[in-house]
Write a protein that binds this ligand. Sequence first.
Ligand SMILES: Cc1cc2nc3c(=O)[nH]c(=O)nc-3n(C[C@H](O)[C@H](O)[C@H](O)COP(=O)(O)OP(=O)(O)OC[C@H]3O[C@@H](n4cnc5c(N)ncnc54)[C@H](O)[C@@H]3O)c2cc1C
Length: 401
Amino acid sequence: MDASLSKRHLEFQAEVRAFLKEKLTPEIKARSRRQTSMAAEPELGMWWHRTLFEKGWIAPAWPAEYGGTGWDVVERHIFEEECALARAPLMFLGGLQLCGPVLMQFGTSEQKAHFLPRILSGEHYWCQGFSEPGSGSDLSSLKTRAIRDGDAYVVNGSKIWTTHAHNANWIFMLVRTSTEGRQQAGITFLLSPLDAPGISIRPIISMSGEHEVNQVFFDDLRVPVSNRIGDENAGWSIAKYLLEFERGGSYAASARAFLDEARETANLRDEFDEECLWDDPSFRRRYAEIDIRVTAQSWTEKRVVASLAAGQRIGDTMASILKVHGSEVQQLAGELAMYALGVLGIPDQRQALAPGSNTAAIGPEFAVRATAQYLNDRARSIYGGSNEVQRNIIARSVIKS
Ligand SMILES: Cc1cc2nc3c(=O)[nH]c(=O)nc-3n(C[C@H](O)[C@H](O)[C@H](O)COP(=O)(O)OP(=O)(O)OC[C@H]3O[C@@H](n4cnc5c(N)ncnc54)[C@H](O)[C@@H]3O)c2cc1C
């Protein structure tokens, strides 16, 4: 594999860097550095969405015919990596990364014409209604029931851990339309606006004290049949297609950013004795161990990019490998950054962290979000399918081959 960048790609990288430098002002960067989890506060995330939309760069992974950038996979990887390294706000990608590709693959021409431009512009903000109380890893056991009534489905049940449902205006969901045969065979994929009568959203406050996830309830919600993706009872294969997009992607660049923070913090000298943690060989050894794993992840991601460029699909097993190792290195790098903070990781800084807060931070800027981020990072190995379940997928493919 040749991972060196061609002249054209180096020019593209320079163009991306110049754009990021212009748009990510110190004020935006400061807000962005306070992100504690998978997505920025909605106002900041939507500002970045609109900025990229105006530039024509909002959908690098989409085919040009649907409004994508037309970039090749190397350009897409460069863009993703540069955004992560520059600490661009993380957008919530329910529409762009998950629902959009499903619509392109399985939607009717009317559905594509209606929904895709609204995902691009940010008018529709999508959340994902898959998991239910009792149906997470064993997703195909889901029980939310949809019964056909004329030209609509009547939906009753509940979804849980629905990230950003309180910010979103649309939900894509899996519902049960049949209880006969294998449980996978009775699932249908539906779309609904979140302000439809019959939907209520209850917040779930996470251990970091933040509101990101929710439980969503459906009480005789009517979903027009025209909002069904694919055939009735064909939702399972659509869900599997979608999960490949959720598990692939880039992890190394954000792990690298956490690792940089650990190094920066460890180099801060104590004002009394002039000592710093970086002088401690055992800390540097731990840093080096994680650095090696982040580098390995980065090369694995580059290998995937190279095979995508050669026209291959990412596939279930590779998506699972990327997810398991990627989430682990992100957690390890975040843990090291937290460790480097020492006692400065202890204060409860939730007030200082709130958007628009004028409460002063205690310690270096990174310390404000460190604890919240550390706590939120625990979820990286759970969402998108837990790492144990991903290991089962990897093991099955090894046993098969
Ligand atoms: C922060 C966060 C955000 C989320 N956002 C969304 C969202 O937006 N939309 C959505 O639909 N879902 C979302 N989820 C749900 C997520 O996909 C599920 O939590 C996940 O699939 C695990 O399901 P569960 O929580 O029911 O745990 P369970 O399935 O009950 O698993 C409990 C434990 O058992 C282990 N386990 C289960 N089965 C096996 C097995 N076969 N082999 C080995 N170990 C196993 C698991 O790894 C886990 O450790 C989110 C979750 C979190 C934490």
